[in-house]
Design a protein around this ligand. Structure first.
Ligand SMILES: Cc1ncc(C[n+]2csc(CCOP(=O)(O)OP(=O)(O)O)c2C)c(N)n1
Length: 325
């Protein structure tokens, strides 16, 4: 990898970390609208899968994937306005962060109904195939969502039609408080891929190199018409399910063990082995991401709140004018 790319990937990891930390602290100050589901600890998954996508590919993030928005090209200012529930956000202040997609950048909003975006991703991939476009859909979901029926339906449909879609399971070992052993009876969620007729892979989701290698293979496979892949990334969320969850269903030793496999620390170790001046890179990057997040917060705070009547706007698609078609 070139030095430029090494640094760029570090920048994305750091930006997401800074953004997540700031959002958590703003939430504690009661300044935000809706729940906050921190993805701190899972940054390498979204960087690995979104970094090398094309602008015209689509992603379907899960509720914890704020970082995926940033890497896929969402404007940090508008994203923060979305999180504040302001008019400059993607859904113009009508909804919390969670449900606002950035359609101009190929980002579909998450749904409260877990797993419900996977059939949409399969549908999008079906459209790419019908139109003979070499575009790819990447659908993220948690291991908890993997127990849902529509996740099965989406994967089965994608397998039958060999659709250009990558299913990315972020297995952070707990669905709220439900541990893996009460969630599924197979060893790995990715084992299920065999039942749909495509490849399943397990990857260390905290190791950006492994994630990127696997992501590139899966995306390439989809792009050249060789069908879907199910990739399971084993990772860990540092915070509770949401900011109000103290997560005392987890042992402290377990949390510490995972924190010692931090994706950013691992990447710094790699940068050091390449003989770069890690302290200087960290300082420079931290300053840069702090500036970006400061600006995003200022922008969101200054953005107006929507007026009451605006609640009635943008609710329905305009009917097609059949005369004009
Ligand atoms: C169909 C459905 N069931 C339950 C919930 C409540 N719920 C919201 S998030 C969550 C945990 C999800 O776990 P997972 O899919 O593993 O993703 P994670 O939060 O761990 O990233 C639950 C149970 C929901 N939103 N939708």
């Amino acid at each position: 990898m070139t030095e430029q790319k090494d640094r760029e990937l570090y920048y994305w990891l750091r930006l997401i970390r800074e953004y997540e930390d700031r959002v958590s602290s703003l939430d504690k100050q009661g300044k935000l609208m809706g729940g906050v589901y921190s993805g701190k600890g899972q940054e390498a998954v979204v960087v690995g899968f979104c970094h090398d996508l094309r602008w015209d590919d689509w992603i379907f993030p899960l509720h914890r994937d704020m970082g995926a928005f940033l890497v896929k090209g969402a404007d940090p200012n508008r994203l923060m306005a979305q999180i504040f529930g302001k008019r400059d956000g993607f859904s113009k202040g009508k909804d919390s962060y969670l449900h606002g997609g950035d359609l101009e950048n190929g980002i579909f909003g998450a749904t409260s109904m877990l797993g419900a975006t996977l059939p949409v991703a399969a549908g999008m991939a079906f459209k790419f195939k019908v139109r003979k476009e070499d575009r790819v859909a990447v659908a993220f979901f948690g291991e908890g969502a993997s127990s849902r029926g529509d996740v099965h339906e989406a994967m089965n449909f994608a397998g039958v039609h060999r659709l250009p879609v990558v299913f990315v399971c972020e297995n952070n070992f707990y669905a709220y408080s439900t541990p893996n052993e009460l969630q599924f009876a197979v060893d790995n969620v990715s084992d299920r891929a065999a039942g749909y007729g495509f490849k399943g892979e397990v990857v260390n989701g905290n190791d950006l190199h492994s994630v990127m290698r696997t992501a590139q293979r899966a995306i390439e496979r989809a792009r050249k018409g060789d069908g879907p892949t199910l990739v399971e990334c084993k990772t860990y969320r540092y915070h509770g399910h949401s900011e109000h969850d103290r997560a005392d269903y987890r042992e402290e030793e377990e949390v510490i063990t995972w924190e010692s496999r931090d994706p950013l620390a691992l990447w710094e170790l790699y940068l050091g082995k390449k003989k770069y001046d890690v302290d200087a890179i960290r300082k420079e990057t931290e300053e840069k991401v702090k500036r970006i997040v400061d600006e995003a917060v200022a922008f969101a705070q200054e953005s107006p709140s929507p007026e009451g009547p605006e609640a009635m706007e943008d609710l329905y698609a305009m009917p097609i004018d059949t005369e004009a078609v």
